[in-house]
Write a protein that binds this ligand. Structure first.
Ligand code: ZN
Length: 304
């Protein structure tokens, strides 16, 4: 019993140590997973935090496995932000391990009311994790991140709140802009065919019919039957363009295009959309706002 008690005491002391920022310059050490989350936390945390994003541009979060270096980064973090809802399917165990070590992990999907989520049988969470494709969701997640940063680092609360307010205004403008671009596309032309089902929230929010070739997660490959079924749908609906994604290999969409074209209907590849990762850092598409505008312009331009 004595042994258990002293073990417990050591654990408690360790847990207490975690609340102090470990960095020598007093800044919170934050680790994020996808580029969308990294971009958001950078907008709110600014120069008051150290952020390390695990996944770069073009990286598929469904297939991403943690390297030994990642585990070290995660172990040294004061706060870990990830997507949740099994978006990072291969990292679930790593996050559980971090939690058991008393590290603070935050799934940004916890910002959203479950009743607003789109159900999915493809994920162990039973929900579609591509929540960033509705700007309203991202607004709620922004508020949530402000809250979590303020709790972890109360000294800089005002700073995080101010940045959050400013960023929320930008998101509101973004939502207005994309809605006005989409209004220019007649409703019957609003059909989005992509490599994998990342755009259901987008479809719901902005009134598009969405068809993904590969299921919700890129972990499942599209079969010949899927290609045949969707190519028949494209011909029937006279769809002008289909889209590749920056984080998914092109071959499934190219196979679909070949199948449609072999039946005498021409379908274009309308461009590359950013689905589960942003564009290169330092570019317009390397930010959430830039990515969203770019996607909408590409979609509307090609389907017009
Ligand atoms: Zn995805």
């Amino acid at each position: 019993m004595k042994k258990i008690m002293s073990g417990l005491l050591v654990l408690l002391v360790m847990a207490n140590c975690k609340t102090e920022p470990k960095n020598s310059n007093g800044k919170l050490n934050i680790v994020t997973t996808t580029t969308m989350i990294t971009d958001l936390v950078e907008n709110i945390g600014g120069d008051k935090v150290n952020i390390q994003g695990l996944m770069g541009s073009g990286v598929d979060p469904h297939l991403y496995k943690a390297s030994a270096g990642d585990v070290t980064k995660l172990s040294n973090a004061d706060l870990i932000f990830y997507g949740g809802l099994h978006l990072e399917g291969k990292l679930v165990e790593v996050f559980e391990k971090m939690e058991s070590q008393n590290l603070k992990t935050v799934a940004v999907s916890d910002a959203l009311d479950k009743s607003t989520l789109i159900g999915s049988e493809y994920f162990a969470s039973n929900y579609d994790p591509h929540i960033w494709f509705d700007v309203n969701n991202w607004e709620n997640i922004t508020k949530f991140v402000v809250e979590k940063l303020s709790m972890a680092d109360p000294e800089n609360k005002e700073f995080y709140m101010e940045n959050g307010e400013q960023y929320l205004k930008k998101l509101e403008n973004l939502n207005t802009d994309i809605k006005s671009i989409i209004e220019g596309l007649p409703k019957e032309k609003r059909v989005l065919v992509t490599a994998h089902d990342a755009f259901s929230y987008f479809g719901k929010a902005y009134d598009f019919e969405v068809v993904g070739l590969q299921g919700l997660s890129t972990a499942t490959e599209a079969g010949v039957q899927d290609v045949q079924k969707i190519s028949a749908f494209i011909i029937e609906r006279k769809i002008k363009a289909i889209f590749v994604e920056s984080s998914v290999p092109k071959r499934t969409i190219e196979a679909l295009q070949a199948s449609v074209n072999s039946k005498g209907h021409h379908v274009e590849i309308g461009g590359t959309l950013y689905s589960d990762a942003l564009g290169n850092a330092g570019t317009f598409e390397g930010t959430y706002i830039g990515m969203f505008k770019y996607n909408v312009k590409t979609i509307v331009g090609a389907l017009q």
